[in-house]
Structures are given as structure tokens and as C-alpha cells.
Design a protein around this ligand. Structure first.
Ligand SMILES: [Zn+2]
Length: 120
């Protein structure tokens, strides 16, 4: 048994040579913290994408694929810089996708929202 300092709570504890943390909860907390810090960019980006997806989903329930101004999305907080991929439909239409939801831009900054059955 060696005396060690827990890197999570900074308390001294006794433990086997390979024991690094004083408790399982300290170990988890330390790793969660590390994960949060190293992935903050990804977490922030994912949050924005999730928000965009929810906005598309909610507006799709109301408007289906009717043409609506892009400003309606933006008024709900939609940030058009963030999307997951582009989809070129066989019809030639190009959709900007946020997961399974997306939209195509038509004339005058009007958009039409679509929901794909499968992510393409
Ligand atoms: Zn600890």
C-alpha cells in the first residue's frame, strides 16, 4: 500500500501501486472533466446541430414542404452555417441536411423542408 494523491479531489489515500484515484466516483469525475474539456468544440457544435434539427422538425410539423422564408427558421434561432451534409436528389435538387431533416432553397430565399426516411 502506498500513500497517493487523488488527481480528482487532491486528497491523500492508501492504495495499490496501480490505483490512481481514491474512489470510482473520483475516477469518473476526472475522466468526465477531461472529456468535457477536450471535446468542448465538438459538444458546442453538436448542440448547435441538435438545435437546428429541432427547429427543422418543429417547423416541418407545421409547414410540411410548403415554401417558407428562410427568415422563419432564423427567427427560431436556426443557424444556416451548421449542417451535417448535402444531398443531391435525382431530381437535381440540392438539399442542405441536418441529420435526417433538410431543406432546399428556392427563389427569393424561400426554403422547403424535407424529412428523409433514411439518412443519405
Ligand atoms: Zn478523490
Amino acid at each position: 500500500m502506498n500513500t497517493k494523491i487523488c488527481p480528482s479531489c487532491s486528497k491523500e489515500f492508501q492504495g495499490r501501486r496501480n490505483k490512481k484515484y481514491c474512489s470510482v466516483s473520483c475516477k469518473n469525475q476526472y475522466h468526465n472533466e477531461e472529456y468535457r474539456n477536450s471535446n468542448q468544440t465538438v459538444i458546442t457544435l453538436n448542440r448547435t446541430l441538435q438545435k437546428n434539427r429541432v427547429i427543422l422538425k418543429d417547423l416541418f410539423k407545421v409547414y410540411r414542404s410548403s415554401a417558407i422564408p428562410l427568415s422563419v427558421l432564423e427567427a427560431h434561432g436556426f443557424d444556416k452555417k451548421f449542417h451535417t451534409h448535402l444531398f443531391n436528389a435525382p431530381s437535381g435538387d440540392r438539399y442542405t441536411m441536418v441529420y435526417e431533416l433538410g431543406y432546399k432553397t428556392s427563389f427569393d430565399n424561400q426554403i422547403q423542408i424535407v424529412e428523409m426516411d433514411e439518412v443519405v
